[in-house]
Design a protein around this ligand. Sequence first.
Ligand code: SF4
Length: 125
Amino acid sequence: MVLDKDRPSTWKKYDNTFCTLCVANCCRMPVEIKISDLVRLNLASEDEALGSVKKLAKRLKKEGIIKSYREGTEFFMLTQKSNDDCYFLDPKTRLCSVYEKRPDTCRSFPAIVGPRIGYCPSLRK
Ligand code: SF4
């Protein structure tokens, strides 16, 4: 079966050797983040986080950092490039450019979050 990042049934059971050999296929999937992530990433100040979330979302959308904001859940969807790469994925190194400050969603994938817990869309270099 050919591995397809959009079809979790094709994913492989996660193994901690995957990340060093992978082209960051998981960073080509939609990522939802919270206000706390935005503050850690220095994309929002503490004051903004306590103020109008709609206003913050409007600014981040205008700057091209987020694609959308879901009011009910307070989740912001990070922008993906035309090739599906995450806004923060370095196109040359295929590494996260904000790794130390990366969103909680990324830290928890695939052990805690993701469409198929414990499985990974790893594509080797
Ligand atoms: S923030 Fe970093 S770890 Fe998370 S999807 Fe984007 S490039 Fe990958």
